[in-house]
Design a protein around this ligand. Structure first.
Ligand code: PLP
Length: 346
């Protein structure tokens, strides 16, 4: 069925059909992350979901390596540093909250699950423990975690989670806020009362359906196996280090998702590396892909204490494991050898 023109607010057959599609998608996403589907709100993006949530809190504590969607909408007045490996400093968080909550009730702590530049996995269970000790609410930006590692909300006491459809194969322009319904959230977008009044505007049925289907496929995959991608990633890193030992691999000693490498050469600016690699037919990003097009300083690299390399970082992303496995010639060892060679000639 062509779902494009359906308007779920209409009472006639096609309107009801549209509503069914939305509720099915909500069910599939709820199953994927093991949460009550009724606590899921569809938005136009993870960015919008984060903005909606943050507009409800005066005091928001975030880590220094958050995505700009979090950093920009949190006003940036309570920032927790990370260590050299890009992992949030839990001791600092604890001491900070101990002081802060004496004067600020209703504090939200927001730490991402997986960093989008380095791929470093954050100790989110520990963050939750500390935040709960000081009676704070906790939000996790799981845009980069979903589909790469297990995101099971029944195993972690998060109050809020945001995710983005296109990170798991849905079309762009669809996001989700999962919320704790004991908190009375006010909407940011007012209008026709869609999404139980939490986000007005005719629903993006195509995007919602795509997100639901992607979630269904992901749920049916038995695990988040990334063995082949990890093998290829490690092969490439090894090769690069042999040919160009001065290469810095950010977060190398930390637990990371397999599909991302963030690296830099001290003598080569990221934009130059990117352009040269592009001429050799390698599509890589400079720092965060969300700001591609404008080559800017990586606040993540800088927060990790590599200030001098903040304009030099280059991010490589591998496709998901099953795609790599099912398309034998998608990434070959020969191509990785050629990439390592091109990197050494920069
Ligand atoms: N958070 C992280 C970690 C991301 O990587 C992104 C986008 O890349 C976002 C949030 C924003 O997602 P969206 O593009 O759906 O607004």
């Amino acid at each position: 069925m062509d779902v494009g023109p359906l308007n779920a607010s209409s009472i006639h057959y096609y309107g009801r059909k549209g509503k069914d599609i939305i509720e099915d998608a909500r069910t599939h996403i709820g199953k994927l992350i093991n949460t009550n589907k009724n606590n899921i709100v569809f938005t136009s993006s993870a960015t919008e979901a984060i903005n909606l949530l943050f507009s409800n809190f005066e005091t928001i504590v975030v880590s220094s390596i958050e995505h700009m969607a979090v950093l920009s909408s949190s006003r940036g007045d309570h920032i927790i540093p990370v260590n050299h490996d890009g992992i949030v400093d839990l001791n600092f968080l604890e001491l900070y909250l101990e002081k802060l909550v004496k004067h600020n009730k209703n504090t939200l702590v927001s730490v991402m699950w997986v960093n989008n530049e380095t791929g470093v996995i954050q100790p989110i269970e520990d963050v939750v423990k500390i935040a709960k000790k000081y009676e704070c609410f906790v939000h996790c930006d799981a845009a980069q975690a979903l589909g790469k590692i297990k995101v099971n909300l029944s195993e972690i006491e998060l109050d809020f989670l945001t995710i983005s459809g296109h990170k798991i194969g849905a079309p762009t322009g669809i996001g989700v806020l999962v919320y704790n319904d004991s908190v009375n959230l006010k909407p940011q977008i007012l209008g026709g009362g869609q999404e139980k009044g939490m986000r007005a505007g005719t629903e993006n049925i195509l995007g919602i359906r795509g997100f639901g289907e992607a979630a269904k496929i992901m749920t049916n995959k038995l695990d988040n196996d990334s063995t082949q991608v990890k093998y290829l990633r490690d092969y490439l890193i090894n090769k690069i280090k042999i040919l160009t030992p001065e290469t810095i691999i950010f977060g190398e000693n930390a637990n990371r998702v397999a599909n991302t490498i963030l690296m830099a050469l001290p003598s080569v600016p990221g934009d130059l590396a990117l352009m040269k690699l592009d001429l050799d037919y390698f599509s890589v990003s400079s720092g965060s892909a969300c700001s591609s097009g404008k080559i800017s300083k990586s606040h993540v690299v800088s927060a990790m204490g590599y200030e001098k390399l903040a304009y030099n970082s280059v991010r490589l992303s591998f496709p998901p494991n099953d795609i790599v496995l099912n398309s034998e010639n998608l990434i070959t060892i020969q191509e990785l050898d050629r990439l390592a060679q091109c990197w050494s000639n920069l």
